[in-house]
Design a protein around this ligand. Structure first.
Ligand SMILES: [Zn+2]
Length: 375
């Protein structure tokens, strides 16, 4: 479906997808057929020139490019890494080629008055429209347009690699302004496109923010594995104040419970989870750890074994192993696990490895001893 004729232009592979021509025809439609034809020819040549600009710049840096023309314009890709400064040159080479080689000469010709009204002037207007209009639009600082890519690389250079967030924020603002302008000018296609760019960058911003919060929870998790509950608690509470979503919220609430438990407030641990996220239940491993810490030994061992055999959420088990190691219950939990068939045996192996990882070598050996005879 995505295939199309494959050509080579100046040794550069160019693939033209059928959607490219379909969209061009649709964009040219409310005109006489002759002008639709000239529009498709001119737009194809202009988009190709734009992409060849990128491709030639890629080649100047020793990277082999390839070009695809598809329904939303063109794309030139090259395999290999470039420095931000070189990426800026590659990004600018596209729109500037079309602007300088086709756009400005056409504007000069138009201004000279040498072309009389008629078919020739319509064709000239088409050349100006796509090579000036499309190139200038492409230079706006909106990702994923070329100008957005340039702005991102500039931000990366200024902030030493941490520019993406600023570039995405600017993309949203400029795209929204562009969409409003397109609506007021009655350019429906432009409004849809700009709205799409705004939505794309907003989604990206949101995802990056959640990823950052998840990274901070990793820090908290490591602090708990290293028996530093106060440090973990501070990190988790700060993440919770930033209103994490879905899975990040659930994990933050769970870690909050573990921080409270490991700080010595056994009775408050499960409540701390529910306070942070009313819809999130404490994990089985946390409930087991609370039982063990409260002296409800049999319940703690049984629930912990169940957690290692059957609970699908992985991360709380590493903290469960810390609780098992700290309460000296590795042997009993492992024996309970071996009563649970294959899943129990896999759970015991996991418990052994997590105990070793958390520094409870003696407890890990105890689990190994339980595992060994039936191996
Ligand atoms: Zn481009």
């Amino acid at each position: 479906m995505a295939q199309g004729p494959q050509l080579r232009v100046a040794g550069i592979p160019v693939r033209v997808e059928p959607t490219f021509l379909v969209v061009l025809v649709l964009l040219g439609l409310p005109q006489p057929w002759f002008h639709v034809l000239t529009w498709v020819a001119i737009a194809t040549a202009s988009v190709l020139l734009h992409e060849l600009g990128h491709a030639v710049a890629f080649r100047a840096y020793g990277i082999r490019p390839s070009i695809v023309l598809h329904g939303f314009g063109g794309l030139t890709s090259g395999s290999g890494e470039l420095t931000p400064a070189r990426r800026i040159v590659v990004s600018l080479a596209g729109p500037l080629s079309a602007l300088v080689l086709f756009g400005l000469p056409a504007v000069a010709l138009q201004a000279s008055g040498a072309v009389s009204p008629g078919d020739a002037s319509v064709v000239l207007r088409q050349v100006v429209w796509i090579n000036v209009g499309w190139s200038v639009l492409n230079l706006l600082p909106v990702l994923p347009l070329d100008g957005g890519q340039v702005f991102l690389d500039v931000c990366d250079i200024v902030t030493k690699g941490r520019g993406r967030r600023a570039a995405e924020l600017v993309s949203v603002v400029v795209a929204v302004v562009l969409a409003l302008w397109a609506i007021s000018a009655g350019v429906l296609f432009g409004a849809v496109m700009a709205g799409g760019f705004a939505a794309l960058n907003l989604a990206q911003l949101r995802k990056v923010r959640q990823d950052e919060l998840a990274d901070r929870l990793d820090t908290a998790h490591r602090a708990l594995l290293g028996h530093r509950p106060a440090e973990a608690r501070a990190e988790v509470d700060d993440v919770l104040r930033r209103r994490p979503a879905d899975t990040v919220l659930g994990w933050a609430a769970e870690l909050r419970g573990w921080s409270v438990l490991m700080a010595g407030d056994v009775a408050g641990a499960e409540e701390a989870v529910r306070q942070a996220a009313p819809l999130h239940q404490p994990s089985a491993a946390l409930r087991a750890a609370v039982a063990l810490a409260s002296g409800r030994y049999d319940e703690g061992v049984a629930v912990m074994a169940w957690a290692f055999a059957h609970d699908r959420t992985g991360p709380p088990k590493s903290l469960g192993a810390v609780a098992v190691g700290g309460t000296g219950t590795a042997g009993p939990v492992a024996r309970e696990l071996l009563l649970m068939g294959d899943e129990g045996r896999a759970g015991a192996v996991l418990l052994r490895d997590l105990l070793a990882y958390a520094g409870y070598q003696g407890a890990a050996a105890e689990v190994e001893a339980v595992l060994a005879p039936s191996a």
